[in-house]
Design a binder for this molecule. Structure first.
Ligand code: UD1
Ligand code: MG
Length: 459
């Protein structure tokens, strides 16, 4: 006896009015369909089939190698989608078929497991998952008989005014007896408002054939379906809430969790402080005591303990311990800020190492450069790394004082302990301990202001 799983992801997604397939819209950085496949995988099905539309390359691209995609040529409804999947599944006696739509990403593996247990315990031919919703608009309604047994599901569009008052909705998730499902699904007709083969009709068919039908009731949140942009945003908010609650339970502080956006792939240590407007994405890790935000966007980066990052954008960078970033810094791929360093106000760093304790406090561009330990890069300093054809590197030694408004024209090197005079355009090597200065001598014209005024007054 084994579980064989089918995930339905071939729908048109018309109501989304999106330019990408519905089921790959991301929630906490992960395509919707992968949340569903993740929950399904915990039931350890021996086979998982995903129903996709023809030419659904974008959907196929996100699917793990462990699942089998199968194409539903025409979108004739959910029952037809299951039929297409069953064509590639070999069912052995006693097998159970789990069917989950790819647009209910909040369903948990616990609920799926409990449904499987109920299904087995009651010896049912079909078990659906239901919930009571305050606003059941759009969902199929569960019609029960006088003994509270599930009779059938009626789709919103087909429901009478009375049936629409039913608050119990169908989650679209089912466990079926593998010995019966193939036959039952073939008996589904399309005599309904949408002219589609409705999968929920299978329950009524099995019931009429004298088999028992069960329903596992869960909370409404888990069964939220994503059919519109509005529902996508609501589901994303619930997902965010789940993720943030988990991090807070493990010791992460959030001033306002409703304004913190953490991808499911991120790793945070206890003692991380997150202010509002923080987006942490991809493979980012943040160490204990780091203070992030307000308003920070970090992607695929490593943030060391005690670092302080505010009002800044960081992509594919490494930030050491007690580093200070921002406000208004942009750290681009390959920026490596070693322990105790700083990239301050309006500073851009790309593909460069800023050494231990080195400071780039204001208004600077550091690209393809190495700034040695304890050096200070003055306000307005620019590494001119691009000559229109190639990029070149700048190497600044340790304990160097780069004066304000300096242009370091790469390739160029500045030795340890050197000074650069403010306003210089440095094109040649500055030796260790030397002063490099490139500036015309300052002149003084005394009495200038007085003569200037006289000229003006005399016309
Ligand atoms: C479906 C159920 C409804 C339930 C709701 C829960 C039907 C007829 N109705 O409605 O009772 O309350 O889910 O969210 O099943 N799909 C295919 N091929 C198709 C059509 C759909 O693969 O031909 C896939 C879609 O990609 C989607 C899933 O099946 O992931 C459900 O289809 P959708 O159109 O969203 O059905 P709902 O109207 O939400
Ligand atoms: Mg749906």
């Amino acid at each position: 006896m084994a579980v064989k799983a089918v995930v339905l992801g071939a729908g048109e997604g018309t109501r989304m009015k999106a330019i990408i397939p519905k089921v790959i819209h991301k929630l906490a950085g992960r395509p919707m369909i992968l949340w569903v496949l993740g929950a399904v995988a915990r039931l350890e099905p021996v086979q998982t089939v995903v129903v996709v539309k023809p030419a659904a390359d974008q959907v196929r691209a996100v699917l793990p190698a462990t699942v089998t995609p199968v194409v539903q040529e025409r979108q004739l409804g959910t029952a037809h989608a299951l039929q297409v999947a069953l064509d590639v599944i070999s069912l052995d006696p006693g097998d159970q078929v789990l069917v989950v739509p790819a647009d209910t990403p909040l369903v948990t593996s616990e609920t799926l497991k409990r449904t499987a247990t109920l299904h087995r315990r009651t010896g049912s031919a079909g078990t659906c998952i239901t919930a009571n919703m305050d606003d059941p608009t759009g969902y199929g309604r569960v019609v029960r008989d006088g003994w509270d047994r599930v009779r059938r599901i009626v789709e919103h569009t087909d429901a009478t005014t009375r049936e629409r008052e039913i608050k119990e909705i169908n989650g679209g998730i089912y466990m079926f007896d593998g010995d019966l499902i193939r036959d039952a699904v073939e008996h589904v007709g399309r005599n309904n408002a949408q002219g589609e083969y409705y999968l929920p009709d299978v329950l009524a068919i099995l019931g009429t054939e004298g088999h028992s039908i069960s329903a596992y009731r869960t909370d409404a949140e888990e069964l939220s379906g994503v059919n519109t942009q509005d529902q996508l945003a609501q589901v994303a908010a619930i997902m965010r809430n789940r993720i943030n609650e988990t991090w807070m339970r493990s010791g992460v502080w959030m001033q306002d969790p409703s304004r913190v956006y953490i991808d499911s792939t991120v790793c945070l240590d206890a003692g991380v402080l997150l202010y509002p407007g923080v987006h942490v994405e991809g493979s980012t890790t943040i160490a204990s005591g780091a203070e992030i935000g307000p308003d920070v966007h970090i992607r695929d980066s490593r943030i060391g303990s005690g670092a302080k990052v505010w009002y800044s954008v960081l992509r594919e960078v490494s930030v050491g311990e007690n580093v200070e970033i921002g406000p208004y810094a942009s750290l681009r791929p390959g920026a490596e800020l070693l322990d105790g360093s700083k990239a301050g106000t309006f500073v851009e760093v790309k593909n460069s190492v800023v050494g231990k304790g080195a400071k780039v406090p204001h208004l600077a561009y550091v690209g393809d450069a190495e700034i040695g330990d304890e050096s200070n890069v003055g306000a307005g300093t620019i590494t001119a790394n691009y000559n229109g054809f190639e990029k070149h590197r700048t190497k600044v030694g340790r304990r160097v004082q780069v004066g304000s408004n300096t242009v370091l024209v790469a390739p160029v090197e500045v030795g340890d302990d050197a000074y650069i005079g403010a306003g210089s355009t440095i094109t040649r090597k500055v030796s260790e301990g030397a002063l490099g200065i490139e500036r015309s001598p300052q002149r003084e014209i005394s009495g200038y202001a007085h003569r200037r005024r006289l000229r003006h007054e005399l016309g």
